[in-house]
Design a protein around this ligand. Structure first.
Ligand code: SAM
Length: 430
């Protein structure tokens, strides 16, 4: 069994009383792992029919998720196709509590690596505005890659402090998720490196940081809006007492529900989530995003889309073209952001003044609608993911390279050869 900090154990014993032995015994079982199917691409039933490894029981609080025991589920080609996201099962409880819906303005304030962002996106069915923020730029890059892999069309990935965002977006969001940085007591099994980091002082420091983040989130919520606060820790300072203190500072909020998932009571490693609601009041508009139009670039994209897709995505008034020719499909209702931006809706591709070159993100978001598809076996798919060239039949031009009908990326066919356009930074190592 892993060695846990003595002081942590004492605190847990004090808190849990006669439930403590069961809590301690939970550390004897291996960490529970979960897989959440991506409903933007397929249903849980469809995934179960093609799953490359055995799926266990469903996770009770997330209808598209299964327990798994597979050793390396991230290495399968279906993962590269964005068919699922790997997430600790109890961590799946927070995002559904927010009840995000299609068409809403939603902020995920502490979002990397993107587990809960992808859950929110699924609930929104790709419609509305999802702003996913991560303060740490390196982690924001991973978040951005996951948003691309999952094919999320309505998300802007940004990297800013909560203070910067609250100055831009007062009273703007319908729903906000604060999955706060915490002392990670529920992660000790999955990430034993977190154990030596633990101390009572660190718990206190986390609590101070969390209350600051919550205060900024409160400013950004519209009247009548909802806020979910969650952590993967057990300390009351960061959980129940954090909520009590927030409600004292913000009488305009009320607590709707609070959930503490302990590893000896549910099948998960532990999580805390509270749903808060702001009293009715104002909802503030933000300046709309200024689309930069380029008629020639748009014509080139539309020509490509007519040929490439069975049904091209809806683009009227939504194509934003930068001076360097990069083109984006901006979600309806996107506000002006004016913060460090890593991803804006779906990157469509690049226009060099003569030719249009489609982007990987286009294939991941809309590639299932491609009429030009090449289907690879799992072995061939690994060859493609390593960036190697493949042979192919059929006409020349851009194709969606698929496994089980789901795009992994793009290729360009010519003279029986499929030139590999899988992004270099994402390629499988040998
Ligand atoms: N929601 C993520 C998911 O489901 O994949 C996990 C988020 S993790 C628990 C908390 C995140 O908050 C970290 O990525 C961390 O970098 C970020 N963070 C750290 N300090 C922060 C701060 N002062 N304000 C906002 N976010 C912060």
């Amino acid at each position: 069994m892993i060695q846990l900090p003595e002081k942590f154990l004492q605190r847990m014993q004090q808190r849990l009383g006669d439930r403590y032995p069961a809590f301690l015994a939970s550390y004897k079982r291996p960490p529970l792992k979960g897989l959440r199917v991506n409903p933007l691409k397929l249903t849980a039933e469809e995934f179960a029919a093609l799953a490359p490894f055995p799926l266990g029981e469903r996770v009770a609080w997330e209808k598209t998720a299964f327990y798994i025991t597979e050793e390396k589920p991230g290495g399968d080609v279906c993962h590269f196709a964005g068919l699922y996201y790997l997430q600790e099962p109890s961590a799946m409880c927070a995002a559904p509590l927010l009840g995000a819906e299609a068409g809403e303005r939603v902020l995920d304030l502490c979002a990397a690596p993107g587990g809960k962002t992808s859950q929110l996106a699924a609930a929104m069915r790709g419609e509305g505005i999802l702003i996913s923020n991560e303060i740490d730029f390196g982690r924001a890059k991973v978040l951005s890659q996951n948003v691309e892999r999952m094919g999320i069309p309505n998300c802007a990935v940004v990297s800013a402090s909560p203070e910067t965002l609250s100055a831009r977006f007062p009273g703007f969001f319908d729903k906000i998720l604060v999955d706060a940085p915490c002392s990670g007591e529920g992660m000790f099994k999955k990430e034993p490196n977190a154990i030596p980091e633990w101390s009572e002082e660190n718990v206190a420091r986390c609590a101070v940081r969390q209350s600051g983040i919550l205060d900024e989130a409160a400013k950004m919520l519209r009247g009548g809006g909802k806020l979910v606060y969650s952590t993967c820790t057990f300390s009351e300072e960061e959980d129940e007492w954090q909520i009590e203190a927030f409600l004292r500072r913000h009488p305009e909020f009320s607590l709707r529900s609070m959930h503490k998932l302990y590893p000896h009571e549910v099948r998960g490693e532990g999580h805390f989530a509270a749903l808060l609601e702001k009293e009715e009041g104002e909802s503030c508009a933000a300046r709309p995003f200024r689309i930069q139009k380029n008629a020639a670039a748009e014509r080139a994209f539309c020509g490509f889309a007519e040929e490439f897709f069975v049904e091209p995505p809806r683009t009227e008034g939504r194509i934003h073209t930068l001076a360097d020719g990069r083109m984006y499909l901006v979600p309806d209702g996107m506000p002006e952001l004016n913060v460090r931006l890593l991803r804006l809706g779906v990157e469509l591709g690049e226009w060099d003044g003569k030719n249009f070159k489609p982007a990987h993100a286009l294939a991941m978001a809309f590639g299932t609608l491609a009429k030009k598809k090449i289907s690879l076996s799992r072995e061939e798919a690994k060859t493609y993911l390593r960036g190697e060239t493949l042979t192919c039949d059929g006409e020349s031009g851009w194709v969606a390279v698929c496994v089980d009908g789901f795009p992994l990326g793009l290729g360009k066919a010519s003279g029986g050869i499929l030139k590999n356009h899988y992004p270099k930074g994402l390629r499988l190592r040998q």
